[in-house]
Design a protein around this ligand. Sequence first.
Ligand code: DOR
Length: 450
Amino acid sequence: MANDKRVIKGGRVIDPAQGIDRIADVLISGNEIVEITDAPLEQVPEDHAVTDAAGLVVAPGFIDLHTHLRDPGYEWKETIESGTRAAARGGFTTVCAMPNTDPCQDNAAVVENVSRRAASDAVVRVLLIGAITRGRKGKTLAPMAELAEAGVIGFSDDGDPVSDANIMRQALSYAAAFSLPIINHAEDHSLVRGGVMNEGPIATRLGLPPVPASAEAVMIARDIELAALTGGRLHIPHVSTAASVELVRAAKKSGLNVTAEVTPHHLTLSDTWVYGLHGEVPDAVPAVAYDTNTKVNPPLRSAADVVAVREALADGTIDIIATDHAPHAATDKVCTYDEAAHGINVLETAFGQVMKLVHENVISLTDLIARLTAEPAKILGKTTGTLATGADTDIVLLDIDAEWIVSPDDFASLSRNTPLAGVTLKGRVVETIFAGKTVWNANTVESSAR
Ligand code: DOR
């Protein structure tokens, strides 16, 4: 293999797990990180290929705890192959696939089948999340022990909440036996009542049915109470409101086993994006309003909520960034706002989106990278997410100042549903290495990635 032994030379190596942030070289051999070294080039053995990383950041490959690969069942939206190619472009070397597939991942046979196909089709690591309830219907628990045995890394009915508090209580109790998190879609359906966007002046102006912020907080409050009751591990997905942040903050203060994630879109886009003008507020509602690519669950929230989740990420209340990559076909989005499917295509834009927080001094680069690497690895209990000697060669090379324009037609994802088309992002993934192989190289796009 051409790049079996390789030195990635002269980059700014950031490995939050080891507290490293300095100019150095990373030596790799096959799927093993040999060392981070400051030795001069002359001392690098001759059989090593040299990659010049001057001016770039070299970091562990990102870990996404919340990805929808749509496979099996919705392969026109995404497949294991296309979704993991999108992940590679986005710098992610691990994705955790949600179970809202068809059939859904609520039994070992499906989990084993998807794992087997991932072993042949995926270009990065795929971990699977099992369903909490059979068929994700919220009525009876899925065979959680069997799913844990099959290797799932947590349980979720994502897309749908577990509305029955007693089922949720049982799920937290059982999952505690395997030390796996329950990731409950935090939305109280009795408060959502068919709402399609955040409750507030914009929903009123557009005449769209609203979703109150409380729909999220009510469910999170309940789940935190049940985590306290059972001692189970609760991971709260896509936190989007200031009230939710306060609940998580209080739960952590009282020592509960609670972790939380936030998406790139909830960190960077508010509900003004529903106007379809990239966040601009129009004098009169224009024809481009109702941008269905902004329809997502939970909905894009108020500007104050965006500030709150940013602060919570920076102060550690929210542990990680997870994409909630939710690819949907054009037919799911070229329709009225009411009819459109929920979800945003995120993997390939995520890094450029969240770098906005570094450029605006909301969070340091090291902390941001920790929230994409070391912190999700901790939640997973895995030894990935680091450049430590002996670790797998999950590595990204990043140009944090490169500006690029989002062009959905260039996505590796089979779907194009982003509200960011035409938007300039600052921060680009230059190369992604997984298992010793380059799975994405922005400079040699066609040859390495397609
Ligand atoms: O917007 C969303 N789309 N939110 C979810 O929780 C599920 C996801 C999907 O599967 O499309």
